[in-house]
Design a protein around this ligand. Structure first.
Ligand SMILES: [Zn+2]
Length: 546
């Protein structure tokens, strides 16, 4: 059935002339009825979904520091009968929740971290923070676990009642914006017993793709230079500046960029530029993302980066070291699972948007100079790889997708046409737009998982595609090994500074119906519409992933 050896029970059944497919099959008529029921069950849980979306939004936590988010999700799952293992892969905010028994094992994943300086009042169509300078959900990762938990609880109810065997796993994409956890989960064998991964990610429409989607993979590396300090005025000739090395490395990279393949993306921030001008910086660090379309070219550009760093160290007589902080493999998604999910997407369709939802969307789009086309009204559905390779963001779900058949359900909880990783991407994320999008997505997740539990042939087809098509094209060679620890120190200082200021804004669902109500925000809060000038506005395409 999978690449793994068949369990003894299956061997015994085979001897008896019963295949696992026959043993567990739910006939089409019954599956149809149960699918209707699980949809209705998800719909009946829309209040819980809304509370989860709003609460996680209000925590505003950055990657590796998702303590409140994980505590809340773990509590919810334990209250509902899941067994939860905490701190997996040496990451304090990571966990692995399990319910049920036997095969197949279906794992739901979704990211949980926010974006630096993206703090924003929800439902307000201009830039206005709750806490100035604080992190916020300027990507929308507050919605995915609400989708997964709702879907899992609806499924569990039906499975218990109908005595359907199978195991449900839930897990978080910790620090996805740093692509900092999934390759570590894979490295540590977390997915060894998983049959299928259904991943969810916020978007502005409902879709699923198979094959290699648009976007890149990446390696995230911090280079550190060590020199010698000296009085910058009294005896500068005695100093060796680590900051000079950082600047020379960056200058070198920026010249070299012109001669790299056009689809590469690379960017850096200086994480340590010294302490004060009168002390020659004895230490300095710069953090790079090297993105490319395939493993070979990511590796090549990483190599060029190391050469630049070595050159800079030579020029400045400093010592250079580097550390991998994150990695995301280029993705490849399962065709059979995507096609099955695509049918459920068509059935569920897009949410019914209210006039208030559309008014907010138009106002936000006008505010950021996007085409004011409002919210999506025609479902995207299932598609294959793009005709021509397209660059863009990355997601460490790529590492998972080369380990077990995987798809990502993209769901309509946000407004189309926004810049990404920006305060404007947070505006819809604790409003009815996010809530309705999450409920629609939870239906699709529950329906797809139910089909996987009911039809072992679908799980088999996914593994056939994985082994005979996907893995024939490429062999997964991860960028990390046993000696690369997860970079769990990242963002600790930022959250230490902002957590006390954010705490008073945590959503209290025992006192308020919605987060908008708690904040006293009229929905939607928009500027009066200006005279129209649509035609002259050009819309930048929405980036995907981290
Ligand atoms: Zn994301």
């Amino acid at each position: 059935m999978t690449r793994r050896a068949l369990p003894i029970a299956a061997v015994l059944m085979a001897v008896a002339g019963i295949t696992p497919a026959m043993a567990q099959r739910i006939d089409d008529r019954r599956l149809g009825l149960l699918t209707d029921e699980v949809m209705a069950e998800v719909a009946s849980m829309s209040k819980l979904t809304q509370v989860m979306v709003d609460r996680i939004f209000s925590f505003s936590e950055l990657g590796f520091q998702e303590y409140e988010t994980s505590k809340y999700l773990i509590g919810t799952l334990r209250d509902n009968g899941f067994e939860v293992e905490e701190g997996i892969s040496g990451i304090p905010t990571a966990w692995w929740a399990k319910w049920g028994s036997g095969e197949p094992v279906i794992a739901f994943g979704s990211d949980i971290d926010g974006i630096p300086k993206a703090n924003q009042k929800p439902g307000v169509a201009w830039h206005e923070a709750l806490v100035e300078g604080a992190p916020g959900h300027g990507e929308g990762h507050n919605s995915g676990q609400a989708v997964n938990v709702t879907a899992a609880l609806a499924l569990k109810k039906i499975m218990e009642r109908e005595h359907i065997t199978g195991t449900l796993i839930l897990w978080p994409g910790v620090a996805e914006e740093l692509v900092g956890s999934k390759a570590w989960f894979v490295r540590d064998g977390r997915f060894r017993d998983v049959d299928i991964v259904l991943f969810t990610h916020v978007s502005s429409n409902m879709s699923v793709t198979w094959g290699a989607p648009s976007g890149t993979g990446l390696v995230s590396v911090e280079f550190t230079f060590a020199g010698e300090s000296a009085h910058a005025a009294g005896s500068p000739w005695r100093g060796r500046s680590a900051l000079d090395a950082v600047e020379l490395m960056n200058a070198g990279w920026n010249y070299r960029r012109e001669h790299l393949r056009p689809l590469q993306r690379s960017h850096y921030v200086i994480t340590d530029g010294g302490d004060q001008p009168n002390v020659v910086p004895s230490r300095a660090s710069v953090w790079y993302y090297f993105r490319e379309m395939d493993q070979e070219n990511i590796k090549r550009n990483f190599g060029i980066g190391v050469k630049m760093a070595e050159g800079a160290a030579l020029m400045t007589d400093t010592e250079m070291s580097y550390r991998i902080l994150g990695t995301a493999y280029p993705r490849h998604f399962s065709r059979p699972v995507a096609e099955a999910m695509g049918r459920h997407i068509e059935r569920v369709g897009l949410p019914q948007w209210s006039e208030a939802d559309q008014t907010l969307a138009h106002a936000v789009q006008r505010e950021v100079d996007a085409n004011p086309r409002g919210l999506a009204t025609k479902v995207s559905g299932v598609s294959g790889p793009p005709q021509e390779a397209q660059s863009g963001g990355s997601d460490d779900i790529g590492d998972v997708s080369w380990t077990v058949p995987t798809v990502t359900l993209r769901f309509p909880s946000n407004i189309p046409g926004l810049p990404g990783h920006n305060w404007s991407n947070a505006i819809a994320m604790a409003t009815p737009i996010a809530h309705k999008g999450a409920t629609a997505a939870a239906k699709v997740m529950a329906m797809t998982a139910l089909e996987l539990f009911a039809r072992p042939t679908l799980v088999e087809a996914a593994w056939t595609y994985f082994n005979d098509e996907q893995s024939k094209q490429h062999h997964y060679t991860p960028f990390i090994g046993p000696d690369n620890p997860p970079a769990t120190h990242l963002n600790a200082d930022i959250m230490e500074r902002y957590r006390p200021l954010l705490e008073k804004y945590y959503f209290d669902d025992t006192r308020y119906d919605t987060y908008l109500e708690q904040l006293g925000i009229h929905y939607p809060t928009v500027k009066p519409a200006e005279p129209d000038s649509h035609g002259s506005r050009s819309e930048r395409s929405r980036p995907k992933g981290s």
